[in-house]
Design a protein around this ligand. Structure first.
Ligand SMILES: [Zn+2]
Length: 430
């Protein structure tokens, strides 16, 4: 029997043996309500876990805005990072030239669980049923986080240590900006390859769209000159919403990017919030509409901003009211470019091999209608990074779930990939 085969068998057996511990760990981290901006409690727990249970060197710090503010991948936040710690667990390679360094990176934050009353069970108390685990963030992406932690733990407990440098990176604010991942890379925490456990059903992502957040402010600047009456701005929101939806149609008419050519509507404009008024008998004078528009790889953020502003002016200028009260657009949060990767690189080959070992077939590829932190590695640091994780559903919605058997499988894939990419050395004491 070949030595590699015996290591693979040994570590996958360890993963089966520690499965109950992994499940308990996953449930523990789901109970931390790490909505973006409130990651600290879980991050403290993980920092402690990495140093106590995995014997890693741990660094913990908050994103340094001054350091990343002029970076092309920066997204301007309208919130503080006081409670948004980054946690890095590092294992120095004991024979770095004999392997390649690797990062497993997960985001700590989740989106709001509202409307909580619509969940079948408490979103912050994980609920197991028919092979699935339900709860906010179980799939996106705490099951993946647990899988990468337990992949490394299995290797350590099987009596091995990576030959090359290995890092577990847990980053905040992925759901609104990606500034946690950017601050981590910009602070110098880099490697020759990275894996992000986004829950895409054991498929490897090869392309992703970008995302830009916008806010349209509509305000009564003065009473209508023609009748000296005030116009209800909620009624005027209709014009802006129609303009935004026609902007999405217009952009989708000219999609030529190869990776997205088969999708019906690769560019998506989502209206996420509308705020106006605070009293049923009053006419509101101010309204804000917030949303997100995507971009294909290669499209520039500044171009999309200009196109959106010009489109709104064009579509509202025939309305008498908008002439004196023009809509004003702001951009905040996500300023994420789209990105693509070559799926024949050595990192993809290791993933393909590990996935095939576990499932007896090659993993499928997919293009993503959303952005992920993988873009930073591809676009600005020339590091190969793959998004690949368990099977789940209802991400960002009520009754989010993850399939537990798929979590066990990806844990094995991660461990084998880590073993073959970094190389392993036998150690006497773990
Ligand atoms: Zn995610």
């Amino acid at each position: 029997m070949k030595l590699e085969t015996s290591i693979e068998q040994l570590i996958t057996k360890k993963i089966d043996e520690q499965w109950q511990d992994q499940l308990d760990f996953l449930k523990t981290i789901v109970r931390f309500p790490t909505i973006s901006g409130r990651e600290r409690v879980m991050q403290l727990y993980l920092a402690d876990y990495f140093s106590q249970n995995l014997k890693m060197k741990v660094d913990r710090f908050i994103p340094d805005i001054d350091m990343i503010a002029s970076h092309p991948g920066f997204s301007p936040p309208e919130w503080s990072y006081e409670q948004s710690d980054i946690v890095i667990g590092s294992q120095k390679g004991i024979e770095p030239e004999a392997g390649r360094s690797l990062i497993f990176q997960a985001h700590a934050d989740v989106v709001s669980a509202e409307p909580i009353s619509e969940w079948v069970s408490d979103p912050w108390e994980p609920h197991e049923q028919d092979g699935r685990l339900y709860g906010r963030g179980v799939a996106d992406m705490k099951a993946g986080l647990a899988a990468m932690v337990f992949a490394y733990k299995a290797i350590r407990e099987a009596g091995y240590i990576p030959k090359a440098d290995f890092m577990l990176q847990i980053v905040p604010d992925e759901e609104r900006t990606g500034n946690g991942a950017l601050a981590t890379l910009e602070a110098g925490y880099r490697a020759e390859g990275a894996l992000i456990p986004e829950p895409f059903g054991l498929k490897a992502a090869v392309a992703q769209v970008g995302a830009l957040w916008f806010r349209v402010n509509i305000k009564t600047i003065q009473k209508d000159a023609w009748n000296q009456k005030q116009t209800n701005v909620i009624e005027k929101c209709n014009t802006v919403i129609s303009a935004l939806m026609s902007f999405e149609d217009e952009l989708n008419k000219t999609v030529t990017h190869l990776a997205f050519s088969e999708q019906k509507k690769p560019i998506n404009l989502n209206i996420g919030t509308i705020k106006a008024g605070d009293f049923a008998s009053n006419e509101p004078i101010k309204a804000t509409i917030e949303g997100r528009i995507s971009m294909l790889p290669g499209e520039k953020i500044d171009d999309r901003k200009k196109e959106l502003e010009e489109w709104l002016i064009k579509k509202t200028k025939h309305d008498k009211w908008f002439k004196t009260n023009p809509p004003h657009v702001e951009f905040f949060g996500f300023h994420a470019e789209g990105s693509c990767s070559d799926d024949s690189t050595p990192l993809f080959q290791e993933l393909d091999k590990a996935h095939t070992y576990v499932t007896h077939e090659l993993p499928k590829r997919r293009t993503l209608p959303s952005t992920t932190d993988a873009r930073f590695f591809h676009l600005y640091y020339d590091i190969d990074a793959i998004c690949y994780g368990p099977e789940g559903g209802q991400f960002h919605e009520v009754n989010e779930w993850v399939d537990l058997e798929s979590v066990r499988k990806v844990t094995k894939v991660y461990a084998i990939m880590l073993a073959n990419w970094c190389g392993l050395s036998k150690v006497d004491q773990t």
